[in-house]
Structures are given as C-alpha cells and as structure tokens.
Design a protein around this ligand. Sequence first.
Ligand code: NDP
Length: 309
Amino acid sequence: MLSCLILGSGPAGYTAAIYAGRAGLQPVVYEGLQPGGQLTITTEIENFPGFPDGIDANELMDSMRKQAERFGAEVRTATAVKADLSQRPYTLWFDDGTTEQCQTLIIATGASAKYLGLEDEKKYQGQGVSACATCDGFFYRKKTVAVVGGGDTACEEATYLAGLAQKVYLIVRKPFLRASKTMQERVLQHPKIEVLFETNTLGLYGEEGVEGAHVVYRKGEADERRYDLPIDGFFLAIGHKPNSDLFKSWVKTDETGYIITEGDSPRTGVPGVYAAGDVADPHYRQAIAAAASGCKAAMEAEKYLQSLG
Ligand code: NDP
C-alpha cells in the first residue's frame, strides 16, 4: 500500500511530489491523460518566478519531474478511471488494469479548457490557438487577436489582451454578454475591443499558424453573413471543466465541478484526501498558484500520516 498517491503531473502534482518525497513519503505520481499538465499545451512560460528569460513549458515540467524523482517519487503513466474513497486505505483503479491502495491521496487532476470542437483548433494548437491569455498573450503584442466567449473569463481575457494587442475581437454567439456588468462595460467601452455579437467560428486558416478565422453572423437567419476575419491569435474562453468526475461521490464540488476545500487549505473533508491546483481553483488557474497548493497538500498529507502513528 502507498502512503501517498498523487494524481496529476502538472505543477500541483509535481510540487506535491517534491515535498512528499523530501518528507520520505515515497509518493507515486500518476501522470494522467496530459503528462505535464495544461502548461505543456502552451509554449513559453514567462511568469513563473525564477526564470528571468522565460522557460519552455515542457522543459519546466521536465525539471519538476526530475526534481520529484530525485527525492524518491515514482512516476507512472496510467490514468485513474475509478475511485473508492469511502474508507481508508483508499482504492484507485487505473486504465492499465492496475489497482492501488493508499493512505493519503492528492488529487491534482487539473482542469481542461473547453474548445469549440473544430478540427482547426487542434491543427493550430500552439500556433495561434490558445486557451490562456495570461500564458500566451505576450506573443501577440501589437497584433490582432480574437477571443471566443461572452462570460467573465472572455471579457477578462479580452481586456488583458487589449493591453498588448493592437486589436481584439470578442466573438460572442448570443446577442448579449453573460459577464458581470462591470466587465461588460469595460469591454464595450474599450477602444481596442470590438464585440462581434451573434457570431460563430466555423474554422481557421493560415499557412504557418493562424492568419484568420472563418466566421458566420446570424447563422441560419435570413441575414446570415459568412466572412473571413484576419487575426494572428485565436483565444478560447468558453469555460473550463475541472477533472473531478471520479471523486464527486466522495468530495464536495461546486456547480461547475471544482472541488471545494476547507478554507484556503487543500483539505477536502475526507481525511487524508487533498485537492490541489486547478481542480480546486476556479479563480486563479496559474502554474505558480497550483504549485503552492501542491506544496500545502503534501505538508497536510505528511501531518496526517504522522497523526496515524
Ligand atoms: P461562463 O460559463 O460564465 O461563460 C462561458 C461563455 O462562453 C458564455 O458566454 C457562453 O455563451 C460561451 N460559450 C460556451 N460554449 C460556447 C460555444 N461552444 N461556442 C461559443 N460560445 C460558447 O464561463 P467563464 O469561464 O467566463 O466563467 C466561469 C465562472 O467564473 C463564472 O461564474 C464567472 O462569473 C466566474 N469568473 C469570474 C471572474 C471575476 O469575477 N473576475 C473572472 C472569470 C470568471 P452563452 O452565454 O451563449 O452560453
């Protein structure tokens, strides 16, 4: 039986593994579906402290992994498909047919940005398509970008990007924004942001990366209009889905599925079970914030194991 099992290999999972490893817990990290986590779908990270010249996202995650392994963490490649947290030891089933039991569990399974489902989103991933303005916005200084979505995230991302880009289109499928009043006003009054209401994206085009989007105004209506919107970057902001489905019977989640922890701790309410990183963070969703919560989760796990004697 494992004393500390960590699900997820983003900044939260690996930081938890570094701390748990150094505490002698011999943690086992399951990488999950996206080894290295969401960061690996971006290119360069410029806001992770300690790297004044920025760092390649994959290199950062490789370093975290090596650091965790140096302290005895074992990294496995499977993905959890079922969990039983009704009693300790907790049981996890994996997609490679294995089962593990553990005394403490750190859920660091992250969240996945929602995409429209267009083939072109995959084609241009990392080449003009992004789901994180804070991560990638910097590369679009003085360029033209589009943000898809009409909620608070979309408005926030559009405003952030407008501080860098020369022009930002906000592509909204409804005739109104769903965001809070303040955010709406900020967007609607911003001289660099143009809101394209009742507009949907059909595809993207470009030789080397995104050069534009095929869009349609009032699809299916008498005044439907299809046209091409020249852009350099295409940002999705249509929501995130926390990867918490497996645990919903055991831990509290909010209406979107984010795991609710106790105060600012990573404790879930199930003794010895912690949630760290984006799976429990609807607000900040930053690598450094995830790393911090991974650290807290490992420290809590260590304390809990000590209390068991
Ligand atoms: P929301 O669910 O609030 O908004 C998603 C937006 O994306 C909606 O406008 C929705 O359109 C649109 N959308 C969804 N699917 C598609 C699609 N397939 N094609 C086109 N458009 C689509 O998500 P957010 O991430 O914006 O916000 C999540 C929560 O976090 C909210 O409660 C929000 O208030 C909160 N938040 C708060 C912030 C703050 O207070 N500073 C900052 C960021 C988020 P439609 O309206 O038609 O459904």
